[in-house]
Design a protein around this ligand. Structure first.
Ligand code: GAR
Length: 193
């Protein structure tokens, strides 16, 4: 067995706003020997994000930026990421929109996960809109981040079937379980693994 040491892995920051279940799954994946990334920083716009606990548990550096003044927050954020040699960013339930300028600095190196089959249902309240439209399927998408919301090149998608009595909560839960598998798979694909 090859032990994963964290050396030579691409140093990655995960950006969160809430529960952080995708962060947890990415941390677990990053510790496997097949992972091309290590998680070295957790960024949140929300000091109360539950997901920040995972940074504590797994002894990963973390920092909160309010993003109230986006320009100022992003300047500080870029400097921290640079100082920590971060080369890749995974957005995982991060509910702020990064500026064009920020995205340019990490061109082709920012991934996002979104709980719909993009290009359908960009933006917020995805599950409710899907159910209101009586869709038969929904799912999740990992994509590259570009300057337009939820519009970058798709890396991988997973489709899920909507049940008869599906609710917003049950659909969210079903899709989230798939997200936890899809994000690591998408990362392997980005690295041609
Ligand atoms: C996930 O379902 C993710 O796809 C979604 O927020 C949830 C975060 O859950 N992201 C978006 O809606 C982004 N537009 P988590 O905090 O448990 O990973």
């Amino acid at each position: 067995m090859v032990l994963s040491t964290g050396y030579n892995k691409t140093r990655t920051a995960v950006f969160i706003s809430g529960t952080g279940s995708n962060l947890k799954s990415l941390i677990k994946f990053s510790k496997t020997s097949i992972s091309p990334i290590s998680i070295n920083f957790v960024i949140s716009n929300n000091s109360k994000a539950k997901g920040l606990n995972y940074a504590k548990i797994y002894k990963i550096k973390k920092k909160v930026f309010s993003f109230k003044n986006k320009k100022k927050s992003e300047i500080k954020l870029l400097s921290i990421l640079k100082k920590n040699n971060i080369n890749m960013i995974c957005l995982a339930g991060f509910m702020k929109i990064l500026s064009k300028n920020f995205i340019k600095k990490f061109k082709g190196k920012i991934l996002n996960i979104h709980p719909s089959l993009l290009p359908k249902y960009k933006g917020l309240n995805t599950h409710l809109r899907v159910l209101n439209n009586k869709e038969k399927y929904s799912g999740c998408t990992v994509h590259f981040v570009n300057a337009r919301l939820d519009s970058g090149k798709v890396i991988l998608q997973k489709k899920v079937k909507i049940s008869k009595n599906e609710t917003e909560a049950s659909l969210a839960k079903k899709i989230l379980a798939q997200e936890h598998k899809l994000y690591p798979k998408a990362i392997l694909k980005v690295f041609n693994l």
